[in-house]
Write a protein that binds this ligand. Structure first.
Ligand code: LRH
Ligand code: MN
Length: 384
């Protein structure tokens, strides 16, 4: 049992987002922090620290144009030298003035062509970096009833998605991300898993859904969505974070570790650990130090996964089949209430890592080094 669990945990692959290493905030304030990267190369160097201390964060998601460089092949080679790889390429059709009334759903065909051109450019960047995943999130929506035709916008969205789908090469896929609201406050054109799923189903196997854990209405049972999409072969990945209210983008597992456990249990139960599901973090460390924030987040996913792997499936199945509600619930709670930190510390030591990645990073002196070196220039953030 433990050997298999350890093998599954060793194979866990958590992707960190380049933008988590830059400055981030809210409309009220973006707080600058010392040592923040000034370019994608420095972001990769910080991401490599997270992998060096956890052993399970070998790829980094890029966001275009935040991570725009002259030579993407050179950036990918630099990543390899650092011991990491380029993961999902994230498109950005939410920060250009042209997109005020939408990007691919905009009433103006010229704006739609501009947005589609960016999405296709992102596939070119996948080719140049060796990435096999394009992540599509559309801020598109409306703020007032009547502002635009809900059905016509779906037609425009479907047209753009078909064009991107047709451009995908061998072994490439796109993940369509949904979000209930924000920045639009009346309709959002991809507001929920059903809309994303329907578009992906119509397109084909290279189109899957990404579940951002901060993108649901309060009270939505996310693990049900996970179980359903896995069963359909349409769960492409996660944008992990946590929230108390809306799209807070806090550290995954920080606000609701039990929810993360329930989600990872459905992943384990549905064979999602070996189904090409991308476990990506999508977070903003507005007030906490960035690299330790990512290390803690990776550890939170590891702990939730270890607990999910500890569920006694036979006892659970017996209780479920026997209709023994309390026994079935107890099986899951036993796993959740198990302290898996000693198991993970042991696993790290067995793979030559320090048992406590947070302590190891703090002792490494890396922060002091980058804080001293990274003076001047423009710190990275959510601006191009
Ligand atoms: C939108 C989102 C999307 C990203 C952005 C950084 O809220 O979750 O995944 O492009 O955050
Ligand atoms: Mn996201």
């Amino acid at each position: 049992m433990t050997t298999d669990i350890k093998a599954a945990l060793r194979a866990l692959h958590i992707e960190t987002p380049s933008w988590a290493y830059g400055n981030s905030g809210t409309r009220f304030k973006v707080f600058a922090q010392r040592g923040v990267p000034r370019d994608p190369y420095e972001k990769l160097a910080d991401a490599a620290q997270v992998h060096a201390h956890t052993g399970v964060a070998p790829t980094v998601a890029l966001h275009i144009p935040w991570d725009k460089v002259a030579d993407y092949g050179h950036l990918a080679a630099h990543a390899r030298e650092l011991g990491v790889g380029i993961g999902a390429i994230n498109s950005n059709v939410f920060q250009d003035d042209a997109y005020m009334l939408g990007s691919v759903t905009n009433p103006d065909p010229a704006v739609r062509r501009k947005a589609l051109a960016h999405l296709l450019e992102c596939v070119d960047i996948m080719d140049a970096t060796g990435s096999d995943t394009l992540k599509l999130w559309f801020s598109d929506g409306t703020n007032y009833p009547g502002q635009d035709d809900i059905r016509a916008r779906q037609d425009r969205l479907a047209e753009a998605l078909s064009a991107v789908y047709a451009r995908l090469g061998e072994g490439q896929r796109f993940l369509l991300e949904y979000k209930l609201f924000e920045p639009a406050f009346y309709t959002t054109d991809v507001p929920d898993w059903g809309t994303a799923y329907a578009h992906c189903l119509r397109l084909g196997p290279k189109a899957q859904v990404v579940v951002d854990t901060g993108h649901h209405a309060p009270g939505v049972n996310i693990e049900f969505i996970v179980a359903f999409l896995l069963r359909e072969g349409k769960l492409g990945g996660f944008d992990f974070n946590s929230r108390f209210y809306a799209d807070d983008d806090l550290m995954v597992g920080a606000a609701d570790p039990f929810q993360l456990f329930r989600i990872m249990y459905e992943v384990v139960r549905g064979g999602g650990l070996a189904a090409g599901v991308a476990f990506m973090l999508d977070q903003c460390h507005n007030i906490e130090p960035k690299i330790p924030g990512q290390i803690r987040s990776v550890m939170n996913v590891q702990e939730a996964t270890a607990k999910a792997l500890l569920v006694d499936r036979d006892a659970l199945a017996a209780a479920q089949t026997g209709g023994d509600v309390l026994a079935a619930n107890a099986v899951l709670m036993d796993a959740y209430n198990t302290d898996v930190r000693p198991l993970l510390a042991e696993l790290r030591e067995e793979t030559g890592l320090a048992p406590d990645p947070m302590a190891a990073y703090a002792k490494s002196g890396y922060f002091e080094k980058i804080a001293a070196e990274r003076v001047g220039g423009t710190q990275a953030g959510w601006g191009a």
